[in-house]
Design a binder for this molecule. Structure first.
Ligand SMILES: NC(=O)c1ccc[n+]([C@@H]2O[C@H](COP(=O)([O-])OP(=O)(O)OC[C@H]3O[C@@H](n4cnc5c(N)ncnc54)[C@H](OP(=O)(O)O)[C@@H]3O)[C@@H](O)[C@H]2O)c1
Length: 298
């Protein structure tokens, strides 16, 4: 049995789908407040649902019963921080999950973190959480894989973060000239599933990258594909640094460090694990052609 914590999120739901396609027994941690459509999809895939919350250690002990491997993708970064906060969930909750898994005799733990290149000069609350969970896994007795995917294409080249390709209005962090590493969410899911059976992925930390391209080149691709000019707003690095200095919440502090990394350019190389995984991750060009619609000629 494989327990997926974060099963109702973008990455976790994709992992559940891939695991079920392989015929594996999957248990997904859900909450009464989880997205109903995602919960229904998990049920239709044959995922066993278990109610629990990273803030409730007793529920984690129940969720880990009879489990061979845990994959945790959970995060509060896109959630209401008054109910689920970086400190109580990404830090304390994930640590409690590692402890619960170890106590339940879980043999393998796959943890989705992010690259140390996302850490600022002083680690943000989210970086502190990610590194604390990584350290707990390295110190414990379970076989672990720490995955550190780079910027998700659908998130950072998507409307939620100001890259509104449908309207042709995009916000670029920094000059947009620095090359940035990107990866499709689906590919992160494929690597997470592959890591469960890979000797190459035992007790290691692996950065995951799909493609590398500057944001300006990505905008040019969108313009060519859609046949229209995009309106580009630039957020200078100095403005992001000012935002960092005045950030008051854990989430803002954490996000601005990632934005600064991407604004300055961030390139990662593919690891041996990725090269041997047997598939080519999605290119930025393929992503662009799947979401950019040609301008209407009427
Ligand atoms: N976006 C990027 O560019 C990027 C880059 C590198 C790494 N990552 C990492 O990738 C991972 C997956 O992200 P994603 O896009 O799948 O996030 P997502 O869509 O926002 O999903 C978050 C998941 O966490 C769950 N969760 C939140 N609070 C919880 C709690 N208190 N107890 C139990 N579950 C809780 C959510 O459950 P509910 O549905 O119940 O709220 C949901 O299933 C994260 O660890 C993130 O840090 C992201």
């Amino acid at each position: 049995m494989i327990l997926v914590v974060g099963s109702t999120g973008s990455l976790g739901s994709s992992i559940c789908e891939l695991l079920r396609a392989q015929g594996r027994a999957v248990r997904g941690l859900c909450r009464p407040s989880s997205d109903l459509a995602r919960v229904r999809t998990l049920t239709s895939l044959g995922v066993e649902l278990v109610e629990g919350d990273l803030k409730d250690p007793a529920s984690l002990a129940r969720a880990c019963e009879g489990v061979d491997a845990v994959i945790s993708t959970a995060t509060t970064t896109l959630r209401d921080q008054t109910r689920d906060a970086i400190g109580s969930v990404d830090h304390d909750g994930q640590l409690a999950l590692v402890d619960a898994a170890a106590r339940a005799g879980v043999r393998r733990f796959v943890y989705v973190s992010y690259p140390t290149g996302f850490d600022g000069p002083e680690p943000s609350p989210l970086s502190l959480a990610k590194r604390a969970v990584e350290a707990r896994l390295r110190a414990g007795g379970m076989t672990f894989t720490i995955l550190q995917p780079v910027a998700f294409l659908e998130v950072w080249m998507g409307p939620a973060l100001g890259f509104d390709y449908a309207r042709g209005q995009v916000r670029i962090l920094g000059s947009g000239e620095g090359r940035v590493s990107w990866i499709a969410t689906r590919d992160v899911a494929r690597y997470a599933v592959a890591s469960l059976d890979s000797d190459e992925a035992r007790d290691v930390t692996i950065e995951l990258v799909g493609d590398v391209m500057s944001p300006n080149d990505a905008v040019r691709l969108f313009e060519q594909t859609s046949g229209r000019s995009f309106e580009v707003t630039r957020v200078p690095v100095e403005a992001l640094e000012a935002q960092r200095a005045t950030a008051t919440t854990d989430l803002d502090r954490s996000f601005v460090d990632i934005m600064l990394t991407l604004a300055r350019g961030f390139e990662v190389e593919r690891s041996a694990f990725q090269r041997q995984a047997g598939f080519e991750p999605r290119s930025v060009a393929d992503y662009v052609s799947s979401v950019a619609t040609p301008a209407s000629t009427s």
